[in-house]
Design a protein. Structure first.
Length: 80
């Protein structure tokens, strides 16, 4: 991943976009600190469609005996 100062990124935006399209992201720095990352559109689409943790759990190939039995004892009384 290459680092580009904001001033240089402004001057060479076409090159920064070309690098991103070819699969090489660029970190844009401002005052020496990372401020943004330029990635290609295909990479952004891939990253934005990551399933949620809940969907991953629901899609897990679990069998009924894979999970421990639930504790059937009554819950404790709590005063509010």
């Amino acid at each position: 991943m290459r680092e580009v100062q904001l001033r240089e990124a402004k001057a060479t935006l076409s090159a920064v976009v070309d690098y991103a399209r070819s699969g090489e992201p660029s970190i844009i720095t401002r005052h020496g600190r990372p401020a943004a990352v330029v990635i290609g559109f295909a990479e952004w689409q891939r990253l934005s469609q990551v399933p949620s943790f809940g969907r991953l759990l629901m899609a897990a190939p679990l069998e009924p005996h894979d999970l421990p039995d639930r504790n059937a004892s009554p819950t404790r009384d709590v005063e509010f």
